[in-house]
Design a protein around this ligand. Structure first.
Ligand code: ATP
Ligand code: MG
Length: 256
């Protein structure tokens, strides 16, 4: 049965989507079958994998509104073994529609994944930068949450709110939810403040912090505009190598 991992941080632009897609691509390349669920109406994960033209049709929107099953809409990407439930702007509407559901609105994704996830080794969920119902659905469906944190001043600001949401979901909806790991992103070893920021993150998250740090690397930012994960776009760049190393570390930890 697939392990389900949500990539979440309510802060915008910290590398959730980049980490979700590029890590998934390296794990798929190792022969694991991975499904990425794009739970962000922005659809960045979908376009990063080449799914540029999207409507609510055959998307995660139809899965959440119960018109279709995961099997109906999962699409294979250019990377073998890497599948997507793409998102569309309609997904913002799904969040509003879910809010009207009186009972079980936090569990819709979990229920839908139950019948679809046995086909995969891992399911990655890319969350939007908010703590609304889409994120709560993702956390309710997940076994673990990976928190990408941008290595900058105020990196931890707002994170207590996010950790509180994880705590509440664990208490009321999903007792087995754990923090799977913390990824330090946009890392610049030369910047003066870096050491202090890393120390602060490690003080809070201890050994949950992955040893692999993701450097600031322009190739990582370019790859999505070509609709390719960095493993296809430029496997030699420093960013690609970091995500390849993170894939090793991630699998080692999860298989323990
Ligand atoms: P959002 O909260 O909007 O969903 P996010 O947390 O998913 O954002 P990303 O979309 O992954 O963050 O990254 C934000 C921007 O920074 C993107 O343009 C991305 O290409 C770029 N980026 C991400 N990681 C790196 C990196 N290590 N080096 C350089 N650019 C990066
Ligand atoms: Mg994103």
């Amino acid at each position: 049965m697939a392990k389900v991992i949500a990539f979440s941080n309510q802060k915008g632009g910290v590398g959730k989507t980049t980490t979700c897609v590029d890590l998934a691509a390296y794990i798929a390349a190792k022969g694991k079958k991975v499904l990425v669920v794009d739970m962000d109406p922005q659809g960045n994960a979908s376009s990063a994998a080449g799914f540029f033209e999207r409507t609510g049709k055959d998307s995660v929107y139809e899965v959440l509104t119960d018109e279709k099953s995961v099997k109906d809409v999962a699409k294979e990407s250019e990377v073998k073994n890497l599948f997507f439930l793409t998102s569309s702007k309609d997904l913002a509407g799904a969040e509003l529609e879910l809010a009207q559901v009186m009972i079980g609105r936090e569990r819709v994704l979990d229920e839908k994944l139950k019948e679809g996830k046995e086909e995969y080794d891992l399911v990655f969920i890319d969350c939007p930068p908010s703590l609304g119902l889409l994120t709560v659905n993702a956390l309710t469906a997940a076994d673990g949450v990976v928190v990408p944190i941008q290595c900058e001043y105020f990196a931890l600001e707002g994170l207590s709110q996010m950790m509180n949401t994880v705590k509440l979901v664990k208490k009321y909806l999903n007792p087995s939810l754990e923090v799977e790991g913390v990824v330090i992103t946009l890392y610049d070893g030369r910047a003066k403040l870096t050491k202090g920021v890393v120390e602060e993150i490690e003080k809070v998250f201890g050994d949950k912090v992955y040893q692999t740090r993701i450097p600031r690397n322009v190739r990582l930012a370019e790859a999505p505009s070509y609709g390719k994960p960095v493993s296809l776009y430029d496997p030699r760049c420093a960013g690609a190598q970091a995500y390849a190393a993170l894939a090793e570390e991630f699998l080692e930890r999860i298989e323990k």
